[in-house]
Design a protein. Structure first.
Lengths: 123, 143
C-alpha cells in the first residue's frame, strides 16, 4: 500500500512538474500560429533546444512509467480516478510556479476532486 | 452538424481513452510480478514493452489525444472538458463489466465526485497570464 501511494505521488508530481517545465519552455518559444507539420516539427526542435523542455519530457516519461507500474499493482478502478489528483497538483503548481490565477470555481473543483479521490482510495 | 460532429468525435475519444486504460491495465498485469521491491521492476517493465496489450493501450491513448485535440481545434474547452469527466465513469463501467473488478459503492461515489470536480475545473478562463510581458495583444483576455 505504501509503495502504491509513493507510485501515485510520482505519477502526479512528476507529471505536473513535467507540464510546468514544458509550459515555461513553450511560453519562451512563443505563441504558435501554424498547424503545418513541417513548421510544428521545427518549433518542437526549438523547444528541445531548451533544457527545461527536455527535463519536462523526461519527467512526463517518468510519470508514465510510474503509471504503468501502478496499473500493474492496483485495480483499474483505483488507478485511473486516483491519478485525477494530477489536476490538483497541476493547478497548485500553475499558481505557484507559473503565476496563473485560480478562480473560485476552480478552487471548488479542486476541493471536490480531493474528496472524490479520498473516497476512491478508501473504497 | 457541428454539434453532431463534436459529439461523435468526443464519444469516440472517451471510448478510446477508457479502452486504452483497460488494455494497459491488462497488459501490465500480464507483464510479470511487480509485487516485490522496486529493484525487481525493471525485468517486468521491459517485458511489458513486448506485449501487444500494452501497445494497443498506448495506441488507444494516442488516438484519444488526437481526437480530443481535434475537437479542441473547433470547440470550446468548456464544451469539450465534460467528456473527460465522462471518461472516469466509462473506466469504472469497463472495470466492472469488462475487467470484472469489484467496484465498491464508495468507489462509485468517489468516481462520480471526481467527475463533478472535473466539470467545475472546466469553464475557467484559458489564460490568466500574458505570454510575453511586452506583448500587449496577449493581455486582452485577462479578466
Amino acid at each position: 500500500m505504501m509503495i502504491n501511494v509513493l507510485l501515485l505521488a510520482v505519477v502526479v508530481v512528476a507529471g505536473a512538474m513535467g507540464e510546468v517545465f514544458a509550459t515555461q519552455a513553450m511560453k519562451r518559444v512563443g505563441e504558435i500560429h501554424t498547424l503545418r507539420p513541417g513548421r510544428l516539427l521545427r518549433l518542437f526542435g526549438k523547444g528541445m533546444g531548451q533544457r527545461r523542455f527536455a527535463v519536462g519530457l523526461v519527467l512526463m516519461a517518468v510519470s508514465f512509467f510510474a503509471y504503468l507500474v501502478l496499473l500493474a499493482r492496483t485495480e483499474l478502478s483505483f488507478a485511473v480516478p486516483a491519478t485525477a489528483l494530477g489536476y490538483v497538483v497541476e493547478s497548485l503548481a500553475a499558481r505557484s510556479m507559473l503565476g496563473e490565477q485560480i478562480s473560485g470555481r476552480r478552487w471548488a473543483g479542486i476541493l471536490v476532486m480531493c474528496v472524490g479521490v479520498a473516497m476512491v482510495t478508501a473504497g | 452538424v457541428l454539434r453532431t460532429k463534436t459529439f461523435i468525435v468526443l464519444a469516440l475519444a472517451v471510448m478510446a481513452g477508457a479502452l486504452g486504460n483497460v488494455f494497459l491495465s491488462r497488459g501490465m498485469k500480464l507483464a510479470g510480478d511487480f509485487g516485490a521491491s522496486p529493484g525487481g521492476w525493471l525485468r517486468p517493465l521491459v517485458s511489458a514493452l513486448f506485449l501487444g496489450e500494452v501497445w494497443l493501450g498506448i495506441g488507444c491513448l494516442i488516438l484519444f489525444l488526437l481526437l480530443y485535440l481535434a475537437a479542441l481545434s473547433w470547440a470550446d474547452l468548456s464544451y469539450v472538458l465534460p467528456s473527460s469527466a465522462v471518461g472516469y465513469i466509462a473506466v469504472a463501467l469497463l472495470a466492472h463489466f469488462a475487467v470484472g473488478e469489484h467496484v465498491s459503492v464508495l468507489r462509485w461515489f468517489g468516481t462520480f465526485t471526481i467527475s463533478m470536480g472535473v466539470l467545475l475545473v472546466g469553464g475557467t478562463p484559458p489564460r490568466t497570464t500574458a505570454v510575453d510581458p511586452d506583448d500587449e495583444r496577449g493581455r486582452e483576455d485577462i479578466p
